[in-house]
Design a protein around this ligand. Sequence first.
Ligand SMILES: [Zn+2]
Length: 985
Amino acid sequence: MRHTVLTAFLSLFTLSIAASCAFAQPAGPEAPAPTPRTPLAGLEYDAPFFPGARYDERIPTPESLLGFPIGKRAATNAEIERCLKAWAETSGRAQLVEYAVSHEGRSLWYLVISAPRNIGQIEEIRSGLAKIADPRTTTGAEAERLARSLPAVAWMAYTIHGSELSGSDAALAAAYHLIAAENDDEVRRMLDELVIIFDPVMNPDGRDRNIKQIREHRSAAPTVDDQSLLHAGYWPGGRTNHYLFDLNRDWIFAVHPETRGRIRAVNEWNPVLFVDAHEMGSQDTFLFSPSREPLNIHLPEHRMHWWKTFAKDHAAAFDAQGWRYYTGEWADEWYPGYSSSWAALKGAVGILYEQASIGDQAVRRPEGTLLTYRRSVHQQLVSTMANLRTLLEHREALMLEFLNERRAAVSADGPYAQRVFAMAPSANETRDRDFVDLMLLQGFEVHRAGRSFTADATDRLGRAVEGREFPEGTILIPNRQPEAHLVAAMLDFDPRMTPEFLQKERRELLRTGESELYDITAWSLMMMHDVQGYTLQMASLPAGAEKITQTTPVRGGLERADATVGFIFDGADDRSVAAAARLMERGVQVRVADKAFTFDEDSFSRGSVLVALDDNSNFEGDLVGAVREVAEMVGLGALGVSAGLGDMVESPDMGGRHFILLEKPRIALLARGRVNMYSYGAAWHMIDNRLGARASHIDIDRLGGVDLRRYNVLVMPEIWGGAPDDAALGALRDWVRSGGTLIAIGASAAALAGEEPGLSAVRLLPDVLDDLEEYELAIIREWLGRDGSVDLDAVWGQSAPTQTPLPWERLESLPGEDDLKRRDAWQRIFSPQGSIVAARVDDRHWLTAGLGDYVPALAQGSIALMSKPPAQTPVRFGFAIEGQGDQATHTETDKGAMERLRIGWAPPAPDGHDLRLRMSGLLWPEAAQRLANTAYLTRERVGAGQVILFATDPVFRGGSMGTGRIFSNAVIYGPGMGASHPIRP
Ligand SMILES: [Zn+2]
């Protein structure tokens, strides 16, 4: 046997030498020796994509451009780009547009395909479509004529999750067919009546990362086990973009260039069909829209009708091939930041595909068959063509409906005619500006109040405010505008799910413990950005409001450069933190004020950043130049001051203890292993992209072996499956005690909040049910610490008092431990999927600089952090507002005394106050009771260092700017503000 194989092998070798000699070529580069392949039946799938099609020979075929037939393997981004460029060059049916460049420098393209006559007048078509999209710009008859006659636009988008490969290859096959097919009636009609835009790779960085992983794990013997790394990939996989963001959640936050470029592009085209092609588990089949409940309440009325219309044709196309598929079993359209829901809110039929994922070659299925990569491409292709066919069939009806929806959106009798969203200007100017930029990017109409006005409003806590005065400069976004549905979906403070869905969700939670919800339930952009948002009940804008089309460009710079004492960046603005980081990077000594102050006539907020000349006498180089450069770079003005004397009552003076010297942060961020890539990516993006600070990324599995002394801040993003191992914990403990600032997020915070890790005195609620009085007392003390009322008679009375009031005396008593355990387990069933909750802010803590008196925070999951002194709790869930005190109801006991009712385990809000909790999204009453008064943010000293815990991710999707500010403060100010560092002799 052995001999035979060897002989066969040798003769193969001889043959190849002979072949190369025959062409008298020099010896080529050394290639791997051929490995005998294990035969595997079913690896070949050669069903033709377009049987019988004839193609224009002047258009290069995909095979000639790729070097392999479509579907043999996933094409790389560069290979796809080569095809798009070649086709745009050789065909009169195609036009190629570059719409963005990814973080890693890859171009994003869309290919416009239509009849040459349409391509020749593409600008006219686009401006005609724009008139339909804003019916105010033309007459009713003209708009109708345009809707009946113009081609409809289909936006066909693939692989927003870079590891979901097959869609991009299908896009190539479909594009080539549409560009090159000859004598095909259907193609001719499509080209005449449609403009088909292929956006083949929405996430090129992710796609190439995934293809690299596949190459690394490709064996000579084909691997068809989907658990193998070849198909499963490894951390972080290719799903996400460079900063590991899920771009299919980024549409409403628009943090990344891929999304921002695409939003601009889609807004120029007004598609009526928007396909978003994904992949799912390898053992699955194929899923397409309609999605299941809940549907966003702002979706245009007839979406379900159209989803069903498209689905019927789609299903028939699969039935013709004998392929299995399903609809509506998972994936919802509640969250407006998915591609399909975002597009649907703009008036397109947004359709989701989910194809069973094959990394390479094929995957073995439970029935024993092989599902090949080429077939997965074929399924995406058949889906693509089926949807285009349906669009062709219903072009006119869809165009007229798009027009009618837009007419209703701008009508005085429309559903959104009585509402205007308002943002009152704040001292956090760059954040306000970022918010307005986001609104403009989305294509919303934005106005600015030219003078002050009064209006009846509802604030973010749901309070009606009558006749509030809004200052000049207030930003106004009328809901009545062409994009009314998307405006409402992004800004509505409190959209509510249908009673039917709520009943279903509760039934499922109780029966199975599983939620029907696929994503977060709240995202209201004015809450996520934490801007001063209001909903105004008004039909028209106040007099003097001007439409704005761009924000004032970012202008930093230095005023009063000849100041004698120092330079200040105001702490109200988020960019002051970035300024501090960049100054320290340049070796400038920086202080931060933990109190608001006034020098001369100029007032500055808590958290303001001071560069004192006196501190920087050692600075080598041009200090004023460095301050100016940083001010320009971060886009925030710095002001020179020539007096360090406060007003001698409230304002501190410059030389006192309220101006704390910062220590340059040397940041480590944990990665890989069990680290949640989204949490890591969001922290990385904040540190790198917004703060401009340097950070080392450390493999969590090597934590015990690295020299942590190089760092003074360590960020631990969310991790799965409990605390790090003992070696890592030991290293962390030593490092924190010697002066490190450890910041742990969500599940990591929960993993450290226990006795065992020995790093924190914070605990989880289920672990302290026998000790709740202690935590309750901490809350009471915090409330009273803010109130400060004094009983003067008692204080100045001269007899020894027989009684002093004990604030917990009137509280109803806590149930026994067994009851508490049962209650906690029950309430945990209803843990939030992601709702926005008001959290009160300790306005004297350095971590909360830049925040108001409460911050909208994301509540997600079952983590309930319990803290008491000496641990500090700068932010807690629940914000007390003046009110009837309806939660602090009193109850008659058998003793006849009036008892005050608790909120869950905690005391009620102070007398005359209500505790506000839910701001937006689904928060079951059971979950609200459990969450109220638990800690969102804790900070405690451990040795010479400190531990800072966040209950949930403060930089969620790069969009939660309010809590994001706390994270920035922690990372950049932590080493100076909360830890001690030796003077270096
Ligand atoms: Zn996906």
